[in-house]
Design a protein around this ligand. Structure first.
Ligand code: SF4
Ligand code: SF4
Ligand code: SF4
Length: 258
C-alpha cells in the first residue's frame, strides 16, 4: 500500500494518532501542497487518515505521532511504535505540549468529562498534560496546531538526508517583526502571546491584527513573568492571564523540548 506515488527509495513511514482532532494528519495529507514533492519520497505504509489499507506493524524508518496521551493503553501502543521506529517525531501541540486535551490537567477531570461527554473519557488521571515525551524518546518536535510548513519540511528532509533536524527556536515576535506587522500588544493593548510562543507560523495572527494565542506552545526560556506583568498593566485579570497561558497546554517553558 502506498498513499503517495512510488519512487526508487523511500523511508517506510507510519502516521499514528492519539487523543486529538486529527488536524495535524489532515494538514500533512491534504493541505501542504508545497510539500507534495517531499512527501513522494516517503513510503507511507501506515496512514489511516489517507488509506484504510496498510499495517501499523512496521518496522518504520519514520514514525510521526500526533495527539496527547490520555488513556493507559496508549502508553503501551506508543512504546511499541518507538521500538519499531528508527526516528520518531511528535507532531503538533497536542503531542508536544498537551494541546486541547490538556484541559484535563486544569480542572478536576471528572467535571470536564461530564460537561463534554456525559461519561468517562480520560482514562489516564494526571494533574498535567500527558505528552509523547513523557513516555518515549522523541527525535524532534514539529510544532504547531496544526504544524507550520517550515518545520514539517525540515523534519522530513532531515530523515531523507540522515541529519539532525534544526527546528525554529525563537519567538513569534521575531517572525512578526520580520513581516513588518504593527504590534497589537503595544499599539492596541491586545493580549498577544507572541513574546513567549515558539515561532513557525509566520506570525499569522498578528499579520491579521489578531493577538497570538500561543497555538505553537511556549518556547524554551520564555520570559513568562515579564509578559504576565505586561498583561497585568494592561488590566487583564489573573483569571484571564491564567487562561492565556494554559489554552494550549499547561507545560512550563522550562520543559525539556528540543
Ligand atoms: S495539534 Fe491542533 S491540529 Fe494537531 S491534532 Fe492537536 S488540535 Fe488538532
Ligand atoms: S504583535 Fe505580538 S507577536 Fe507581534 S511583535 Fe507584538 S507582541 Fe510580538
Ligand atoms: S500567531 Fe500564535 S496563535 Fe496564531 S498561528 Fe501563530 S502561534 Fe498560533
Amino acid at each position: 500500500m502506498s498513499f503517495y506515488k512510488k519512487r526508487a527509495f523511500r523511508p517506510r513511514t507510519g502516521f499514528f494518532k492519539f487523543t486529538c482532532c486529527t488536524g495535524c494528519g489532515f494538514e500533512l495529507a491534504y493541505f501542504q501542497k508545497s510539500l507534495e514533492e517531499t512527501l513522494r519520497s516517503f513510503d507511507f505504509t501506515f496512514f489511516r487518515l489517507a488509506s484504510s489499507a496498510g499495517s501499523p506493524e512496521g518496522p518504520f524508518d519514520l514514525a510521526l505521532v500526533e495527539g496527547a496521551v490520555t488513556e493507559p493503553f496508549q502508553i503501551i501502543e506508543l512504546k511499541k511504535i518507538r521500538e519499531k521506529s528508527k526516528v520518531l517525531y511528535a507532531v503538533g501541540s497536542c503531542a508536544i505540549v498537551g494541546g486541547i486535551p490538556a484541559i484535563k490537567a486544569l480542572s478536576p477531570e471528572i467535571e470536564i468529562e461530564r460537561a463534554a461527554y456525559k461519561e468517562r473519557f480520560f482514562g489516564l488521571s494526571s494533574t498535567r498534560p500527558n505528552v509523547i515525551d513523557d513516555y518515549v524518546k522523541v527525535d524532534g518536535h514539529i510544532r504547531g496546531c496544526p504544524p507550520g510548513e517550515r518545520d514539517l519540511e525540515e523534519a522530513l528532509a532531515s530523515v531523507l538526508l540522515g541529519k539532525k533536524p534544526e527546528f525554529i527556536e525563537y519567538s513569534v515576535c521575531m517572525e512578526c517583526k520580520r513581516g513588518g506587522n504593527a504590534c497589537v500588544l503595544v499599539e492596541e493593548g491586545l493580549p498577544c502571546m507572541g513574546p513567549v510562543t515558539n515561532a513557525g507560523c509566520g506570525a499569522l495572527c498578528p499579520a491579521h491584527h489578531r493577538a497570538c494565542y500561543s497555538c505553537f506552545g511556549l518556547m524554551g526560556q520564555a520570559n513568562v513573568p515579564a509578559l504576565k506583568g505586561k498583561f497585568r498593566k494592561l488590566g487583564f485579570s489573573e483569571e484571564d492571564i491564567e487562561r492565556f497561558f494554559t489554552l494550549f497546554g499547561a507545560l512550563e517553558p522550562s520543559s525539556t523540548l528540543i
